[in-house]
Design a protein around this ligand. Structure first.
Ligand code: HEC
Length: 134
């Protein structure tokens, strides 16, 4: 038995639902990056004061970098697990470029998301102090 009226009204409900779902899928992929997943402080602020090697930089590298950049496995000739190794990479400029995904470098962390922008700003603040072992 053909009931075109029912089919049409069903379709008029289902089509918008499919449209909304696909729009959601597209935008959820589009926004699937770390800046949206890990928002900064309320109001989009990032506190870059008082960043130290011991309290901020070293633990960040331990979580994100040292597995591939230690003395036993210095990928790309870069060691992030020691202050001296890190300082060399900072001084050559390659450290800052790699984590900020600037062209001409391998983007780090390799195979992972770019670090959240507030963490990058804090690292910049530390580098601008002269990258001290503080
Ligand atoms: C899964 C392993 C892995 C992780 C995690 C990783 N790296 Fe690397 N890194 C590499 C490899 C391998 C290279 C050598 C270049 C290449 O193969 O892309 C490299 C190269 C580099 C270079 C030199 C880039 C260049 O263009 O010469 C720097 C600087 C660097 N990594 C810093 C970091 C920092 C900082 C982190 C953490 C935020 C990190 N890496 C995380 C594997 C890794």
């Amino acid at each position: 038995m053909v009931r075109p009226t029912t089919n049409n009204s069903l379709r008029s409900i289902i089509n918008p639902v499919i449209f909304v779902l696909s729009a959601f899928l597209v935008t959820s992929c589009y926004y699937d990056n770390e800046e949206y997943l890990y928002p900064e402080l309320p109001g989009g602020q990032c506190d870059t004061t008082g960043v130290t090697y011991s309290a901020f930089v070293a633990p960040l590298l331990a979580s994100n970098c040292n597995s591939c950049h230690n003395e036993a496995t210095p990928n790309g000739n870069v060691i992030t697990s020691t202050y001296t190794g890190l300082k060399n990479a900072v001084n050559s400029g390659v450290f800052r470029k790699a984590i900020n995904h600037e062209s001409g470098t391998s983007f780090m962390p390799k195979g992972g998301n770019k670090l959240p922008s507030c963490e990058l700003l804090k690292i910049d603040a530390w580098i601008n102090q002269g990258a001290p072992q503080n």
